[in-house]
Design a protein around this ligand. Sequence first.
Ligand code: GSH
Length: 201
Amino acid sequence: MKLFYAPGACSMAVHIAMNEVGINYALEKVDLGEKTTESGDNYLDINPKGYVPCVQLDNGEYLTEVATLLQYIADHNPDSNLIPPVGDSGRYRVLEMMNYISTELHKNFGPMFNPASSDEQRQAAQDMVTMRLGLIDQQLANGAYITGEQFTIADAYLTTVLGWTQFVNMDLSPWPNIGAYVGRMMARPAVQATMKAEGLA
Ligand SMILES: N[C@@H](CCC(=O)N[C@@H](CS)C(=O)NCC(=O)O)C(=O)O
């Protein structure tokens, strides 16, 4: 498996999951501005969507989309308990949270990073993220992880997205459960290894 990534981007969620399960994989950094890979390939030839993450599977196929890749890794490594099995009600709680993170949090950070956003667009995005984080904080009052007492792929995704708050100067102090959660997640060996490999630690 090879992960095409950009440091600190949403591809980090996939990278964390790979380290959590302990599989062998290769990494290739992508220059998202130039759409080239570090070995000099045109990234658009690999992933015409032009964004990260993308994973080259062992059979040579390319697979994209954070939520899909996380499920792929979890389902191919069932002993890691990164997602409950099909039919278990807990699985749908994890998928429910993955969709929330993807569509309500991840996508709303976009305008805050986009230099072309107006101040109004940036503020509207921040207001939306602020509202969404309130629910995350409430949910974290119920357990050490976002869906309870087990680390899952939803935590790999949430840890990555919450990390972006520091890049957009969002203060996490209004949400004490989130602050404590980020501290716990950052202490995980797989998260530390991921950050180190991406040049962030
Ligand atoms: N729908 C995609 C979105 C991926 C995405 O937003 N990737 C961002 C980094 S977090 C990116 O590569 N942006 C650069 C670009 O779109 O050119 C997914 O869930 O994987």
